[in-house]
Design a binder for this molecule. Sequence first.
Ligand code: ADP
Ligand code: MG
Length: 551
Amino acid sequence: MSKRMQQGRPMIVMGDDAQRVKDKDAQEHNIQAARAVARSVRSTLGPKGMDKMLVDSSGSITITNDGVTILEEMDIDNPTAEMIIEVAESQEDEAGDGTTTAVSLAGELLKNAGELLERDIHPTPIITGYHLAAERASEEIDDIATSIDSTDVERLHKIAETSMTGKRDELDKEPLASLVVDAVSAVTIEGEDGETSVDRTNLLVETQTGRHPADSEVVDGAVVNKDPVHDNMPRSVEDANVLLLDARIEVTSATADPEISAGGREALQGFVDRDERELKEKVQKIADIGADVVFCQRGIDDLAQHYLAQEGILAIRRAKKGDLEILNDVLDATIVNHLEGAEEADLGYGDVTRDEDDELFYVEGEDAHGVTLVLRGSTDHVVDELERGVTDAVDVVARAVSDGRVLAGGGAPEVEVASRLRAYADSVSGREQLAIEAFADSLELVPRVLAENAGYDSIDTLVDLRGAHDDGEIHAGFNAWTGSIENTFEAGVLEPAHVKEQALTAATESANLVLKIDDIVSAGDLSTDKGNDEEPGAPGSGMGGGMGGMM
Ligand code: ADP
Ligand code: MG
């Protein structure tokens, strides 16, 4: 959250000839802005959610169903709306999934808070009630959740599939889910204390355009998408000694030194000789410590490339920082910052294999700790969405393994928690009770929207779901594939409990932050397009235009 939001009662200050709205008007204002953002992503929720096409100012197009991508690409210029977008971003960072849920819930919490404000209920008991309800909801989620562990491959597979659901229909989820589960198990560590953790940083996702998604694979070790710097270098080196270098293989002083041109031909030749000598020494140093392969994060001078080729050393320049880091783990090497100080002990050891068709290097260490998921697709659009979907699934499965709790999807936990919150509300006195009930109502947005997006009647669905839960069916949810109310846990619609918990917490925190604002001082025009419950038109243009002038 931005700083100005953190200090107690925030006030937004902008410009000199400021316009000012206070109290109820300010709240109304912010609620409208937040709801507009929530509305813009709601239609993408669930497996039958729609895709959105985003066109940025340069005309480049993104087609996506991913909440956080949509919000990040939209050109939104409104502090309240930005707070809601921060919810999506923190949800993405924390849980890797559940962003649309978090943002939609925040919008619904604010809508229902708005109705309480209309009834002259002060924001303070609403904020307290929401806070109480969120805490209670977390406890109830924990109660409803089922334990799983890293050996529960079938359920992990379902978790991966559920997370990828709705992200581009042409994706073949079955095999991708298997890849995700394989990749996560490869970096899962069973601690001696019985704690399971996932070394997420050693699981890389690399994308490659030009082949079919079915050719995606999990490979041991790292994959580096770079070419050798010189044609006369070996392509593959087995049992290689590998130098990881975060320093230039270039001359330290520039030849473009002004003194040179002043010094005439002879002096110039002197400098050229000196440069050649320096480069030769650098390459000699690399050869002396016994390196067969160099992954260099920086530049390699043309002449040095030539010398390296002469020494039979395979060299790659401008490797990504992240590549060097994973190579470091995979090869058990030390990244060298100064070539002068490099020694044999810094080298890593493993196989470097070139795939000429794909123009990739596969690097595998001896007891490789680290895997790479190589995703393939025919076009950039397919690969991008594949990457987003699979990366989310990796995070989600990793989280499920380390957290060890799983929930049924399709709105089942929301309806169950809502029902338990209503019972809890009875035990709370004062206006907070109304807020807890409003919170429960807000949770039921999830099954309503899931049904609506799948083309079913949201009210009927909700009524049926409530009935099932009243009869004690805690896993009764809406299955978007069949359109029926069923035990979604058994149907294999599974989600990690952590994602849901995080989404509820993030939504509540941001709604409460918005509710705390009771004073807006603004340089701009404060007119809103309130009352418009329509989807904003084309994202990017619609949002910017509709809300840009609000504050
Ligand atoms: P988010 O960004 O919040 O993860 P998604 O578009 O991924 O949004 O939708 C997640 C919601 O879709 C969850 O509530 C999940 O339970 C639900 N869901 C996933 N698969 C199904 C299904 N087959 N039927 C009904 N709901 C589903
Ligand atoms: Mg999702």
